[in-house]
Design a binder for this molecule. Structure first.
Ligand SMILES: [Zn+2]
Ligand SMILES: [Zn+2]
Length: 281
C-alpha cells in the first residue's frame, strides 16, 4: 500500500513543498510535499530546547533531521514529539526519527490505540467528492502504527510535559483523539487537521496552495458533529495565528474572518454532501 502511495504522489512536489516558514521566533513551520510539520522552540535561546509537532510523510526523516540541525545546530535533539493525530501523513517518518532521537512521543489517550498497533483508521472515503485526492484516498495507508512504549498519553489537565506555555485541546471529529495546541500568551494555535487552510481534497488546490480555510480533510473525517464542535471550540479561543496540518499559516483578521465564516457555514462548507460517515450526523 505504501509503494502505491509513493507512486501516486511522487510527482506531487507542490510549490511550497520543502519551504520552511518562520511564523514566529519559536514556531517554525515546514511543508513536506503536502503536509506540515512544526518545530516549536527558540533557536536563539540558551537552552535551544524544542519539540517536534507531527512527523511528516514516510521517508522524510533525513529531511526533518537536517531541517532541525539547520535550525537548532548539529546533533540537536527534540525534548519530545507531539502528535496532533496518527494519520499516515502526520506520523510517516516517526519510526526512523525515533531510531535517531530516542525521545518520548505524546498523543491524546484516544489516539493511542492507533499508535500502538491496536486499531486501524477506516479507509479513505472516495465518495465524499471534492477532487482527485479524495478519489485516490482509499489508496492511502490507513493502518495504525506501533510505537510501543515510546508513546505516552498527554496529562488529562491539558498540560504538555516540557512545554509550560502551551496547552493541548481535544478537537475530535477528524479522528477520535485529535488535538490542537494553543498558547494563550500570544493566542497561537497549531490546529492539526481540525481545520486546514487549503481545500485538501483537490489536487489542483493543493498544488497551488490556494489559501482558504476549510473543514478537516473530508475523506478521512469520521464524525462531523464532533468536527463542528471542535472548530467552534477553536474559534472561541480567538486565535491570532493558526498553523494547520495542510496549507499555509494564517493570521489576524484573515484568520478571524475565515474562521467565523467556517463556523457559521460549517454544514455547507465543510460537511460533504455524501459519504460513508455523513449519515452518522
Ligand atoms: Zn488527518
Ligand atoms: Zn492531514
Amino acid at each position: 500500500m505504501e509503494s502505491t502511495f509513493e507512486h501516486v504522489y511522487f510527482p506531487l512536489t507542490t510549490v511550497s513543498s520543502g519551504e520552511g516558514k518562520e511564523v514566529n521566533i519559536d514556531i517554525y513551520c515546514y511543508c513536506i510535499q503536502f503536509v506540515n510539520i512544526c518545530l516549536l522552540g527558540n533557536p536563539t535561546s540558551k537552552t535551544k530546547e524544542w519539540f517536534l509537532v507531527d512527523a511528516g510523510l514516510p521517508h522524510s526523516a533525513d529531511n526533518i533531521i537536517r531541517l532541525a540541525e539547520d535550525h537548532f545546530g548539529s546533533m540537536t535533539k527534540p525534548q519530545g514529539i507531539l502528535l496532533t493525530h496518527g494519520h499516515f501523513d502526520h506520523v510517516g517518518a516517526i519510526g526512523e526519527l525515533l531510531q535517531h532521537w530516542d525521545v518520548p512521543v505524546y498523543a491524546h489517550e484516544l489516539e493511542i490505540p492507533y499508535l500502538t498497533g491496536k486499531a486501524n483508521y477506516p479507509k479513505g472515503d472516495s465518495t465524499v467528492n471534492g477532487g482527485l485526492i479524495s478519489e485516490l484516498s482509499p489508496l492511502f495507508p490507513n493502518h495504525g502504527i506501533n510505537l510501543e512504549n515510546h508513546v505516552h498519553s498527554l496529562p488529562a489537565d491539558g498540560s504538555i510535559p516540557g512545554l509550560p506555555e502551551w496547552q493541548w485541546i481535544h478537537t475530535p471529529g477528524h479522528t477520535p483523539g485529535h488535538i490542537s495546541l494553543f498558547r494563550a500568551r500570544d493566542r497561537s494555535l497549531l490546529a492539526g487537521d481540525a481545520f486546514v487552510t487549503v481545500k485538501q481534497e483537490s489536487l489542483y488546490n493543493v498544488i497551488l496552495q490556494t489559501k482558504e480555510i476549510k473543514g478537516p480533510p473530508k475523506y478521512f473525517t469520521t464524525d462531523w458533529e464532533a468536527a463542528e464542535a471542535s472548530v467552534r471550540k477553536l474559534q472561541a479561543l480567538q486565535p491570532v495565528l493558526a498553523v494547520t496540518g495542510h496549507g499555509t499559516p494564517i493570521r489576524e483578521e484573515e484568520l478571524t474572518n475565515q474562521l467565523n465564516y467556517l463556523v457559521e457555514n460549517f454544514e455547507r462548507v465543510a460537511v460533504p454532501e455524501e459519504g460513508r460517515f455523513v449519515h452518522e450526523r
